[in-house]
Design a protein around this ligand. Sequence first.
Ligand code: CDP
Ligand code: CDP
Length: 233
Amino acid sequence: MKNITIAIDGFSSTGKSTVAKQIAKHLGYVYVDSGAMYRAVTFYAMQHGFINNNHFDVEGLVASLKAITISFKFNKDVGFAEVYLNGTNIENDIRTLEVSSFVSKVAEISEVRQKLVEQQQQLGKNGGVVMDGRDIGTVVFPDAELKLFMTASAETRAERRYAELIERGETVTYEAVLKNVQERDYTDSNREDSPLTKAKDAIQIDNSNMSLQEQFNNILQLAKRTLENSEKL
Ligand code: CDP
Ligand code: CDP
């Protein structure tokens, strides 16, 4: 059976990673969370003092990029590949609201994007991959056989993310989460390098009123149809 590439882009908390993991598991594909890579670089910048009291030493971070190695290792207990920074599992450290509040600034830096896009293209070079992010269908895999663009209202997304953070034990307010979601929407969509935008050939899905099951069924159908069509080629 042919291995296709599935690119899932969209705004924060639209359910991209949840559905990407489900589809990858169902098809026996590799799932790559490209956002985790931007979060890993942000976490590194915070750990090494390049981000401190709202001061951001961009040049210092860029000069240190060579010292950053990001890898993924499949954890069978959770059913997906967790992210590692220089050999340390940081899967749980990178989901905080603090990392979320700096990550879009880090993702504006072209040198960071260049490094991560190169690695993402390597990870997906043989197909059989589901990757989610902001520029997967436009920049990383412009030839992906299936491209999805996920949207939902900012309020719905903030409610979802707020519930997740509370479940993880973080002390946050809904208002702070909504503000972060809106600020990232803006920064990600308006940056110069690889802004978040729907690829011309992407299928847009608004899941504001869709359950996880409906969303999975819907996207699995699209994936199966794309697989059938690509096998006919
Ligand atoms: O999970 P959530 O949607 O909140 O974010 P994420 O996918 O973990 O991505 C975090 C941030 O990384 C985004 O807000 C973008 O600033 C950046 N990002 C990017 O620029 N390009 C990607 N392909 C993926 C993420
Ligand atoms: O990867 P992204 O930031 O786009 O979103 P996610 O981490 O997959 O989903 C964010 C939260 O929204 C998760 O807790 C999902 O379970 C939830 N969600 C939902 O309840 N209904 C949907 N249709 C999509 C996501």
